[in-house]
Write a protein that binds this ligand. Sequence first.
Ligand SMILES: C[S@@+](CC[C@H](N)C(=O)[O-])C[C@H]1O[C@@H](n2cnc3c(N)ncnc32)[C@H](O)[C@@H]1O
Length: 200
Amino acid sequence: MRAVAGSSGYEEEAVVLVGQYESITFEQVHRDVLHLLPTDPCRVLDIGAGSGRDAAALARRGHHVTAVEPTDALRQQAQILHAGLPIEWVDDALPELTLVRREGRSFDLLLLTAVWMHLAPDERIRAMEHVASLLASGGRVFLSLRHGPVPNGRRMFNVSAQETFELGLKHGLIETFHSEREDMLGRDGVRWSFLCLSKP
Ligand SMILES: C[S@@+](CC[C@H](N)C(=O)[O-])C[C@H]1O[C@@H](n2cnc3c(N)ncnc32)[C@H](O)[C@@H]1O
């Protein structure tokens, strides 16, 4: 098995985590940014897609969805769970996204839901460069950051919304939305930032 930056702990807990991720809806998770979601069918890249909850919801809304998930057990369960939907699954990982970038494609919406804080500072710098290059003009990035205690066995960093906006700006991405809120699953001490960055 290859080592993927930030994915420690996920393979072992995949069954429990899929149940947890699917216990809430795309609309509940992304309620703060739903007004920024394109209504016409567009090209979506869900990076660190986990159980495929968001990829599935967006495919049901008519979007063309590519889902990147490096943890085999999560990706395989997600593919079974959402087998009826036209989601393209890719075994790839931040910061390089080698396979996705190799095809020279671009996307109108990138999702980085609960993923970014798994990357170390130097990985975030590389990853933002690639995120910006994969985004089409007029496209948006929805990104959420988890704050609070680090679960056992996971690798997580303390990442602020401000740092993320500053990094995005270096690659031409504009701060479009920012909110802070409680944990959707009610975990003690856990809070979230929801961000949207746009490419002019
Ligand atoms: C907290 S889960 C979030 C899953 C899903 N986005 C959601 O909101 O339910 C974090 C996900 O990021 C994935 N991940 C961890 N490191 C990654 C990396 N370097 N590149 C891409 N995905 C990664 C994990 O395998 C896991 O599926």
